[in-house]
Design a protein around this ligand. Structure first.
Ligand code: SF4
Length: 91
């Protein structure tokens, strides 16, 4: 299976009440490099008309965006609450 097909096997239970990743878009807008655009394996960070667009719903919980973000105040990151988040499946 291709990486995309493998990712498609995973199951997500999205917590609509408490996002496990929250961005401070005001501070985010001042970042020039925006490394999150290039490292997220699920491509959840995108620029839309110059503004950061993010959807936590497909998050693989790898933590990479939290690590590469230089201003630690921008991304508030926790694991999803119990029973929410990704369930990895390996085919
Ligand atoms: Fe993307 Fe990983 Fe950050 Fe989730 S934790 S948004 S998959 S980089």
């Amino acid at each position: 299976l291709s990486p995309e097909e493998l990712l498609g096997l995973n199951k997500f239970v999205v917590d609509e009440e408490e996002p496990h990743i929250v961005l401070d878009k005001t501070v985010c807008a001042r970042c020039q490099e925006k490394p999150c655009l290039y490292v997220c394996p699920a491509v959840l960070y995108t620029l839309k008309e110059g503004e950061m667009n993010f959807d936590y719903a497909g998050c693989l919980e790898c933590g990479t965006c939290r690590v590469v973000c230089k201003d630690k105040g921008i991304i508030k990151w926790t694991y999803p609450r119990g029973t929410f988040g990704i369930a990895f499946r390996y085919g």
